[in-house]
Design a protein around this ligand. Structure first.
Ligand code: ADP
Ligand code: MN
Ligand code: MN
Ligand code: MN
Length: 347
């Protein structure tokens, strides 16, 4: 039987890659498995990944999802390799540490745009100020097609086997959020990229674009930016935790503030101002249920003896989730390793 395999990858644009994809038709007797999918190639000179004189790059399938919008079809997340089989410099997925017991929950905020302006905005000027849009209902708050798009996207994600956990209308008009949960840094980030892909492709038929910019309306106006709050927990955080470990964790996050910000998306200085439920970019703060902190500690975390997950509120909507999860894991694992050594000496 003929299958349509949509090979999806990240291009070489800086500072943030775009999603690219092309379809391969291949014969399989039954639904293909990841292992059965062949390497493929593409013209890297058209994606800022190679020179025209030596343009071939390779696509290595790394994650497979059923394609809910097409018959006999799959979505194939790929890593980009150089002709010698090593990771391409743009391949952020290959560069990170991973831990299958690390769990991540992304809150992807974004704006729906039409003709270069947020959906529901008047042609000139601004709609009513922020206030009633967040989780709002009614035409004046959410317009006429946004909810249909958002709902269809939920079904696409569910049918593709992606753990979408919820959606809500956000603080600005035309701004929405969906939440994706995943286990393992790479797998969680794969699923977020595929969820973005499904949303982008869905919106084509509505004449609507997604705007992932962290502050699309600029820093001067009183309109929220978009984040990618990243909730995270490792097995140690969930099962051992404790107040001392938590203090060590926050101190490590504070020390590595700049390294984290470097992975949390470009132009974040426009968004992390200390206003609009953000912490200032040059500070590191944490607090219980504090939406103005860099890291928000859920009540459940404290109530469980400093065990559970934390929310890093700094990553922005256009950030690459491979880099975010990789950086968070690097910091957390360094603290866990130190705690285990200290426990061993104390025993
Ligand atoms: P907010 O109150 O910040 O808007 P949301 O409900 O939008 O919170 O998002 C919370 C996120 O936390 C979800 O994406 C969920 O998957 C994630 N989450 C819940 N428990 C864990 C956990 N143990 N480890 C990592 N992420 C988690
Ligand atoms: Mn949320
Ligand atoms: Mn939100
Ligand atoms: Mn949040």
């Amino acid at each position: 039987m003929k299958f349509k395999l949509e090979y999806i990858w990240l291009d070489g644009y800086e500072p943030i890659p775009n999603l690219r994809s092309k379809t391969k038709i291949a014969d399989f007797d039954t639904e293909p498995t990841l292992e059965a999918l062949p390497l493929w190639n593409f013209d890297g000179s058209s994606t800022r990944q190679a020179d025209g004189s030596n343009s071939d790059c390779f696509l290595q399938p790394v994650a497979l999802f059923p394609d809910p919008a097409r018959n006999h079809a799959c979505l194939v997340m790929c890593e980009v390799l150089l002709p010698d089989g090593t990771p391409h410099p743009s391949n952020s997925r290959a560069a990170i540490v991973d831990d299958p017991d690390a769990w991540f929950g992304f809150e992807q905020e974004y704006f729906l745009y039409r003709d270069g302006w947020p959906l529901g905005f008047p042609k000139e000027g601004f709609p009513a100020p922020q206030g009633e849009y967040y989780t709002g209902v009614g035409f004046k708050n959410v317009g006429d097609v946004a909810r249909q798009i958002v709902d269809e996207h939920i079904d696409l994600c569910i049918e593709a086997g992606i753990a979408i956990e919820g959606v809500n209308a956000e603080v600005a008009k035309g701004q929405w959020e969906f939440q994706i949960f995943g286990k393992g840094a790479k797998q969680a980030a794969d699923e977020l990229w595929i969820a973005r892909y499904l949303m982008l492709r869905l919106c084509e038929q509505y004449g609507v674009d997604l705007n992932f910019h962290p502050k699309p309306l600029g820093a001067e106006v009183d309109w929220n930016g978009s984040g990618l709050h990243t909730n995270f927990s490792t097995k140690h955080m969930r099962e051992v935790g404790g107040e001392d470990y938590f203090a060590a964790l926050m101190s490590a996050f504070s020390d590595a503030r700049d390294e984290h910000i470097a992975c949390y998306g470009p132009e974040n200085d426009l968004r992390l101002t200390g206003l609009h439920e953000t912490a200032a970019i040059d500070e590191f703060t944490y607090g219980i249920a504090d939406r103005g902190a860099s890291i928000r500690i859920p009540h459940s975390f404290v109530n469980s003896g400093h065990r559970g997950y934390l929310e890093d509120r700094r990553p922005n909507s256009m950030a690459d989730p491979y880099r975010i999860t990789g950086r968070i894991l690097q910091t957390v694992e360094s603290v866990t390793a130190q705690a285990l050594i200290e426990d061993a000496f104390a025993a």
